[in-house]
Design a protein around this ligand. Sequence first.
Ligand SMILES: Nc1ncnc2c1ncn2[C@@H]1O[C@H](COP(=O)(O)OP(=O)(O)OP(=O)(O)O)[C@@H](O)[C@H]1O
Length: 595
Amino acid sequence: MKDLAYLNKFFVKYKWRLIPGILFVIISNIFSVLPAQVIRVAFDLVTENIGVYQLFSGFNRQAMIYEIFGSSLLLFGILVLVLSLIRGLFLFFMRQTIILMSRHIEYDLKNEIYNHYQALSLAFYRRHNTGDLMNRVTEDVSRVRMYLGPGIMYAINTIVLFLLVIYAMLTVNVRLAIFSILPMPVLAFIIYYVNNIINFRSEKIQERLSSLSSFVQENFSGIRIMKSYVREGSVREKFALESDDYKIHSMALVKVQAAFYPIMLLLVGLSNVITIFIGGIEVMKGTITPGNIAEFLVYLNQLTFPVMALGWVTSLIQRAAASQKRINEFLDQKPEIISPDVPKRTINGLIEFKDVSFIYPDTGIQALKNITFTAHPGEMVAIIGRTGSGKSTIANLLLRMYDSTAGEILIDKDPVNTLNLEGYRAQIGFVPQEVFLFSDTIANNIAFSADVLNMPVVEQAAKDAAVYNNIIELEKGFETLIGERGVTLSGGQKQRVSIARAIVKHPQILVFDDCLSAVDTRTEEEILQNLGNIMQGKTNIIIAHRISTIKNADKILVMDNGEIMEQGNHEYLMKQKGIYFELYEKQLLEEQEVS
Ligand SMILES: Nc1ncnc2c1ncn2[C@@H]1O[C@H](COP(=O)(O)OP(=O)(O)OP(=O)(O)O)[C@@H](O)[C@H]1O
C-alpha cells in the first residue's frame, strides 16, 4: 500500500476538487437516508388512517377522511421525490469533482511517466520490451485511476452511508438492527473474495489475449515470409491452439461470474427475510411500528450497494497498489546519461577518441578496445571493418547514447560528457543503420528535427540526398503518407529519406552508419558529392562496408574485433598491403564476377 503514497502529492495539488467532493458525498448521503424516515411516517399514517377510515364506515365523513388521507400521502410522495432529486444533484456534483480529479491526475501521471521515459537512456530500452513500457503508461495508469476516482469516491460513500444508516437503525431498535445487518459482513467478504478470483482470471485472460494479438501481429507483419515458405497450415494450427487456450481461460471466468450474482441476491434476500421476521416479532411485542419495518427494508436496500462496493473497492485498491508499484519501479530509474547543467553552445566538430574502450552494460561484450583517432572539421573520416567489429558502437558513443567504459572522447578539446547533451545532439546529423521512418508524410519525416516545416529547405535536403525525383513522381509528392497506412518506399528510397532528415539541419557533425548499403554506386557518388558541398568545414563520419563508398575519405579506420587495425587514407592503406588491401582485392574480385 505504501506504493500508493506516491500519489498523495496529487491530492494536495487537486485539494480544491477533493475537499468539496468529500462534502458532496456526505450531503448526498444525508439526503439518501431521509426518505426512509419519511416512508416510515407515511407507512404508520396509512395503518392508523385505515383504522379511522373503517371506523367511519357508513358516515358522510368517510369520504372526507379519504380525501385528507389521499392528499397527505401525495405530499409524502412528493417529499420523497424532492429528497431524491436533491440527492441526485449532489451525486452529480460528487462525480464532477472526484471523478474529474482522477482524470486530471491520470493525465498528469501519464505525462510524468512519458517524460521520464524520454529521459532514460538507450540501455533502459534494451532491457525492457515495448509491450511492457506501453502497458505501464496505459493499463497501469488506468488501474491507478480507478483507485483515485471510483475507489476513493465509493470508499467515502460507503463509510458515510454506513455510519448514517446504522445510527438511524440503532435509534429505532437495537435488536432488529443487529439481526438485519448480520449477513452484510458475509456479503462483503464474499464479494471481496470472488472479486479477487475474477481479477486473477481476468488477468490470465488478458495475458492470453496479448499473446494472441502478438502472435497475429507478428504473422501478419511477416506475411511475405510465411507465404513464401508455405507455412499457412502450421501457423493456422498454432493460432487455433492459442485461441483454445484463450477460450479455456474465458470459460473459467464465466463460471465464477455466473455464480456471483445469484449468491449476492440470495444474501440480500436473506437480510430482508430476517428483518421482516424479527421486525414482525418486535411489532407484536409493541416495541416498534410496522412503519419501522418498511423503514428498515429501505435502509437495507440502501446498504446493499455500499457493501458490494466495499469488496469491490478493496480489490480495486490492491490492484492499483500493484500497478503503482510497477510504475514507481520505472520512475525510480535514474537516467544513466545525464546532461550537465551548462548552457548550449555551438561546436566546431573536432572529435578526438583517446584510448576509448567500451563494454556493453547488459551483455558484458567488449565492443571497443583502446580506440584512438581524431576527426577534424572539414574532414571525412570513414570506418570500415567486418560485421560486429564495433563500428556502430563508435557512433553510439559519439552520440553519447552510452558513456565509454575507459578513455576519453573530446569534442573541441572538451570531454563530451561536459557538454549540454541536448545542444550537442542537436548539432549532429545521424543516419542509423536500420532506417526508421514515422507514419507521417515524407515532408514531415524529413523536417523531423525542425519545429516549423520549411518546404524549400526540405526540398533542397531531398535533392542533396538524391531522392527528390523519386518523391515528386509520387501522386501526392512530399505530402505522401509513409509507414503502415501509407505507401511503401523501396529500401534505397527509405535510406535516402533518412539521409535527407539528417542533412536538413546542416549539422556540425554528420554520422552515416552504413546507410548507403541499399543505394546503387552511381547514386551513392551523387550523394557523397553533394555532401562535400553541404558539409564544407564540418565533420563527416561515414561507416561503410564497400570500399567504393569511402576511398576518397581523408582518413579511413579499419576495424576488427573492437580494435583499429589500420588507419590512413586509401593510398597509404593500399601500400601497407594489410587488411584494407585484402578487403579491396576481395571486393574488386566480387565486382568483376558480378559484371
Ligand atoms: N546494444 C547492445 N548491447 C549489447 N551488445 C551489443 C549491442 N550492440 C552491439 N553489441 C555487440 O557489440 C559488438 C559490436 O557491435 P557493433 O554493432 O558496433 O558492430 P558493427 O561493426 O557496427 O557491425 P555491423 O557492421 O554488422 O553493423 C557486437 O559483438 C555486438 O554483438
